[in-house]
Design a protein. Structure first.
Lengths: 104, 280
């Protein structure tokens, strides 16, 4: 007696792989990491919830001088902070807010 | 017997031909071995049409010599063969297409002639932004810098695609290094904004206990403790600042080369706190 070749061959190797959206006949849903845009209706339709829809806002780049790069002549700057929290210190944020935005 | 001269036909047609030409099968003027029965050209009978000068080629391909690319035309006469079809303009004579030099899509190209730029130019870039350098930037600056980075990555990606498609050659490694620096800048922007958000959340809690800050929404949100004590002096100090600046300017215009006058330190009004130093 011989084992069926498909049982030990490609079919069995396929069983070890992770399921994709194309596998399984019905009932199996696998998302793609893009998130939800709305909800389904019980009649099979779909309602878009515009609060969940992403919109990408690109501001005007006119007269903007910064580039993605910094000159290599300037050494990398690392912050020096007194306590262990460092830059996440809320007091620092508050002080900066007071000096920049507090007064008109 | 006369297989060399005979045309091969389908059995159904052959039967019809034989029936219609019963008196045939006698040797024709073309020769004793050529069966003229099968050469009947009655249109209703003959399914396969021939053209003048046709010869029996070995492969019996009806489309021999036909080419759309080389514009040979059809081998057989078709229903539209007599219609005057337009002849396409040769590529060299096509009209020049006017493009807008300020079109936004040009921002996808590193070079307008060759989409990708040479690797020597591609590797001429600086280093990525550090988190500490971006911590001092405003939201607007960070927002615009992000989109500048996005556009740069689009440019690099377009160049990569064109380089592989047109087989332009080397440049992949340089492009990857450039892309890496841009991605690190984008990472730093995200880091700063996340950090700032968490710090804001904690700062709101701190501000609730701060006497200088008023979070109710009515009145000024921030009143510095020094100003709380003597408000009038604050206004006077600001006015003195302005007049002192005007006087300095006048003095400079009148006597630019004269030595500076003796100044009493107690009379100098308190200046505003120094602003943020210029970042190179």
């Amino acid at each position: 007696m011989q084992p069926t070749s498909s049982l030990l061959g490609r079919a069995m190797r396929y069983r070890r792989l992770r399921l994709t959206t194309k596998d399984v006949n019905k009932g199996f849903y696998k998302g793609t990491g893009t998130g939800t845009i709305g909800r389904h209706t019980k009649h099979g339709g779909f309602i878009i919830e515009w609060e969940k829809v992403r919109s990408y806002v690109c501001p005007s780049l006119e007269n903007f001088k910064l580039t993605p790069f910094v000159t290599k002549n300037v050494k990398k700057t690392f912050g020096e902070y007194e306590d262990r929290i460092g830059p996440k210190n809320p007091q620092l944020y508050l002080n900066r807010w007071k000096s920049e935005n507090g007064l008109d | 017997m006369a297989s060399s001269g005979a045309i091969r036909m389908r059995p159904a047609v052959m039967g019809v031909v034989v029936q219609s030409c019963r008196q045939a099968a006698k040797p024709s003027s073309l020769g004793p071995y050529i069966n003229t029965v099968a050469l009947s050209t009655t249109a209703s009978v003959l399914k396969r049409h021939t053209y003048k000068g046709a010869r029996d080629t070995r492969d019996h391909s009806k489309k021999r010599g036909e080419s759309a690319l080389r514009r040979t035309g059809t081998r057989w006469r078709l229903s539209m063969s007599d219609e005057p079809l337009p002849i396409p303009v040769p590529r060299e004579e096509l009209p020049f297409v006017e493009t807008d030099p300020d079109h936004g899509l040009w921002d996808f190209f590193q070079d307008r002639k060759t989409v990708a730029q040479a690797p020597e130019l591609d590797s001429q870039h600086g280093r990525a932004w550090q988190v500490e350098e971006l911590r001092h930037k405003s939201w607007d600056d960070l927002h615009r810098l992000w989109w500048v980075c996005v556009k740069e990555r689009n440019r690099i990606s377009t160049a990569q695609w064109e380089r592989t498609k047109s087989e332009l050659g080397f440049g992949d490694a340089e492009a990857k290094t450039r892309d890496r620096e841009v991605r690190f800048s984008m990472r730093a922007i995200k880091h700063v904004l996340t950090e700032r958000f968490y710090a804001w959340e904690d700062a709101v809690k701190l501000a609730e206990e701060d006497p200088e800050v008023d979070l109710s929404g009515k009145g000024t949100p921030y009143t510095p403790s020094e100003y709380l004590e003597d408000e009038l002096d604050g206004e006077a100090m600001y006015e003195a600042d302005v007049t002192a600046a005007e006087e300095e300017r006048n003095v400079k215009k009148a006597e630019p080369a004269s030595a500076p006058a003796m100044i009493d330190p107690s009379e100098i009004p308190a200046s505003k706190p120094p602003g943020e130093a210029l970042r190179i």
